[in-house]
Design a protein around this ligand. Structure first.
Ligand SMILES: NC(=O)c1ccc[n+]([C@@H]2O[C@H](COP(=O)([O-])OP(=O)(O)OC[C@H]3O[C@@H](n4cnc5c(N)ncnc54)[C@H](O)[C@@H]3O)[C@@H](O)[C@H]2O)c1
Length: 348
């Protein structure tokens, strides 16, 4: 199924439920450089054999400007021109690198994404944000620029490790908390094994997230308002990811619990709803606490893009499915992170 989604800066073609080899047939006349990581290149050699391919090292520690530089050099060796399409096939790390490399090569060439992780399909590949990390600071250097197309071939998920399924569900649970009580109920009634064996249900959950992300980004592409909501769970997560090297999804899971605890204090979010959220996260094998050094975390958060003097713009929940943004003083945030660390030591 094809769908065109219109954003202020341009439109993106969505190809849902495709087989990648068939889709590529339609692009035969086009100069394409494939970009992937070494895990995907090894698992799916059929997509890259005989093609101009740039293979990067996987992992968050390689999501930096050095990798962008390497990609640029290899594109030059392949004699990429302004008409070349840079096609990223991989998880959120690969699609972020692809987007930024394409945005900067010769001041901008076309990019397209084929997400291969659940997290990439439900979130990272969508919305045009492409960033790399700078030292401990997450996604500090980047652009907002839409790809030409995003194609979904969920067969890739057959090789996805269990841990990456959990990471993907963290972002899916985020959409349920922000916008969609029905999605929250659906997820509560099922688990990872169910979705692994019921591809229609999985596709439907992914499509729901695609809908919510596109709707939000179409209304506020440059994150001056509504798009900020998508940072639910992410502010604390960025500090946790960088201090402890936790995968994005797991850090977001802990970040959502911190945000729910803060919501109880600041918006009247129900304690029973925090419990429902924790139960759901555990159902998807996600952590709900961590021994975070709250001072170090807050020091990192003081460099966050959402800081404003002594407060930080924080996404809280009024209810499951209804979110709000509040200016949060750093000392209150530090206390909530401490509570999360205390909870961890109680659970041990
Ligand atoms: N741009 C955005 O809007 C946005 C949103 C959310 C997350 N992100 C970014 O996305 C990244 C996380 O993405 P991710 O969770 O997809 O991680 P990832 O890209 O690092 O992939 C996780 C691991 O899974 C492997 N992998 C990927 N697909 C596979 C498959 N089909 N089979 C087997 N192994 C596979 C990868 O090689 C890697 O080792 C972070 O850098 C995060 O900042 C970006």
């Amino acid at each position: 199924m094809e769908q065109t989604v219109i954003f202020p800066s341009g439109s993106v073609q969505y190809f849902h439920s495709v087989q990648l080899e068939e889709l590529l047939e339609n692009y035969k006349g086009r100069d394409i450089i494939f970009l992937t990581d070494s895990n995907i290149a090894a698992l799916y050699p059929q997509f890259f054999a005989g093609k101009k391919t740039v293979v990067i090292l996987p992992g968050e520690t390689n999501k930096n400007l050095n990798t962008i530089d390497d990609v640029g050099r290899q594109m030059l060796q392949y004699e990429a021109t302004r008409n070349t399409l840079l096609l990223g096939i991989g998880g959120g790390m690969v699609t972020d690198i692809t987007g930024l490399a394409a945005a900067t090569y010769m001041r901008g060439i076309a990019a397209a994404f084929v997400p291969t992780t659940l997290l990439g399909m439900a979130d990272a590949a969508i919305g045009g944000k492409n960033g790399v990390n700078s030292g401990v600071y997450k996604n500090m250097i980047g652009t907002i620029r839409q790809p030409e197309f995003i194609a979904y071939d969920i067969r890739f998920l057959k090789t996805l490790p269990d841990d990456e399924w959990s990471n993907g569900f963290a972002e899916i649970i985020k959409y349920a908390c922000l916008f969609d009580t029905e999605l929250f109920e659906t997820l509560s009634a099922k688990n990872i094994n169910w979705f692994k064996t019921h591809s229609d249900d999985l596709q439907s959950v992914i499509n729901t997230c695609v809908y919510w992300k596109n709707k939000t980004v179409a209304e506020d592409e440059h994150e001056s308002g509504m798009r900020k909501l998508l940072n639910f769970g992410h502010t604390a997560a960025h500090a946790i990811e960088n201090l402890y090297g936790l995968p994005h999804g797991k850090a977001v899971s802990i970040g959502m619990v911190i945000a729910a605890t803060l919501s109880e204090q600041l918006t009247g979010f129900g304690a029973d709803d925090t419990l429902r959220l924790k139960k759901l996260l555990m159902q998807y094998n996600l952590p709900i606490s961590y021994p975070i050094d709250s001072k170090k975390a807050v020091d990192i958060l003081k460099m966050d893009k959402k800081r404003n003097n002594n407060t930080i713009s924080y996404i809280l929940l009024n209810n499951i499915g209804i979110a709000t943004i509040k200016a949060l003083p750093f000392d209150i945030l530090e206390k909530a992170i401490e509570t999360c660390a205390l909870q961890y030591s109680r659970e041990q």
